[in-house]
Design a protein around this ligand. Sequence first.
Ligand SMILES: Cc1cc2nc3c(=O)[nH]c(=O)nc-3n(C[C@H](O)[C@H](O)[C@H](O)COP(=O)(O)OP(=O)(O)OC[C@H]3O[C@@H](n4cnc5c(N)ncnc54)[C@H](O)[C@@H]3O)c2cc1C
Length: 511
Amino acid sequence: MRQLRHMAKRRKKTAEEVDVILIGAGIMSATLGTLINELHPRASIEIFERLDEVAAESSDAWNNAGTGHSALCELNYTPQRPDGSVDISKAIKIAEAFEISKEFWSYLVANGLVDRPESFIRSVPHMSFVFGKANVSFLRKRYETMQEHHLFQGMEYTEDHEELKQWIPLVMDGRNADEELAATKIDIGTDVNFGALTRSLFHHLGRKSNVKLRLAHEVRDIERLPNGRWQVKVKNLTTDKKRTVSAKFVFIGAGGGSLLLLEKSGIPEAKGFGGFPVSGQWLKCTNPEIIAKHHAKVYGKAAVGSPPMSVPHLDTRVIDGKMALLFGPYAGFSTKFLKNGSWLDLPASIKFNNIRPMLAAGMDNIPLTKYLINQVRQSPDDRLAALKEYVPTARKEDWELEVAGQRVQVIKKDEKQGGILEFGTEVVSSADGSIAALLGASPGASTSVSIMIDLLARCFPERAKTAQYLSKLHEMIPSYGRSLAADEQLCKETRERSAEVLKLAGTLESV
Ligand SMILES: Cc1cc2nc3c(=O)[nH]c(=O)nc-3n(C[C@H](O)[C@H](O)[C@H](O)COP(=O)(O)OP(=O)(O)OC[C@H]3O[C@@H](n4cnc5c(N)ncnc54)[C@H](O)[C@@H]3O)c2cc1C
């Protein structure tokens, strides 16, 4: 009898212990969960998501712009130096990271983990479009510099209105013949439905007996146990029942919600981090005739003093097999950290250890605050005026306003300035690698694979050096460990293989 009781107790304990806990069911947890499952098929994984579906926050197709960020069109990745030259070092890193994402997605397709690549990735030309003498001269210089690197070969440049009319008739319709304009175009750009990809990855993981996905389960607390494991307190939002589960490794992939959970973990590495929420809105075209006239992602230049995420773009999207057209984003301010979050998120994130960095970042970013105030005050006519810079013939009745996802920009300690506001992503992990969180939003989903591979190497340094681990990683990402930026032939072969498996050529015609 005693033995039976002991066995029952042991069984109960086993049920509440797993190897890995992933918090949040967006693209980041989906990517990490899949990588872990491929690299360590026996590891038990439990995923907690507070909403009753996966990919319903930033990773949902309508909540982000779906740009496969590879620095082909985003002008904020190629700043101009004071001497007029253009710095493409960040663009090279982002372009490489996106190739790694495509390699991994190709592995998923080729091995049947995800079917129908066209359900989540399509070829859409990427274009940069500028007006005014100074911007035209910048774009020409940027094009000349990028052309010298094989990662960006195939890019075309024009200032000729007739050629521009061929490339982007909707953008050129109704323009004055004397406007000073320029654009670059490259056909290897993509539109990615990160929501569809996330759903496919969770569908695949859901078939594994050692992976459990718990929807409508909100993580409320994270605590370190004396034995070094992490105990996570979870509330089932359907039954109101609370549970605790412990794991050797926890990933906080809660998007905007990551900062609040990281703070709860109490790790010293989390001290000094803060978050600044920026909400977004799009104008979504409702007229199928207009949607059909445009086939590109056209990125402009952010106004002087405005933040990188405010770069206006006119985007062809392919969502659930249908073409769509979005313009934006228009920024806004909300104290929520998630689209489905609480107004108390920002105040709740302020702690004694991050007040100074937050105040310092606030003082240093007065132009950003002014920009956000102006954006929030925009009337429908102001929004139409911004759209008309890209679609001169736009009419209000063809466009409706949609709320995009919420971004939480990272604020961190800085020796000199006290605190700085960052526009990229940041992985924060404990010294022993047993817990890690992803903060920030950009370039985000497009570079999720590199971010997660780096995270694994950082949290499991010994395991990541083993022959078994490296051989599986090479199978998933054949270019792993070599530089696509330095090796032109490798880059060519890698791109060709990904394009073939992911069917990245002329797929828009089949929509
Ligand atoms: C307006 C906008 C445009 C963007 N455009 C692009 C783009 O063009 N290209 C690109 O690559 N990236 C883009 N991004 C960034 C990209 O969307 C994000 O980097 C990516 O979706 C983040 O994925 P994630 O898994 O970290 O977060 P999310 O997708 O937000 O998922 C986090 C999940 O965690 C859950 N969660 C939160 N708290 C808890 C809790 N306590 N317990 C349990 N679950 C919790 C949430 O409900 C959510 O489902 C854009 C983002 C925005 C907002």
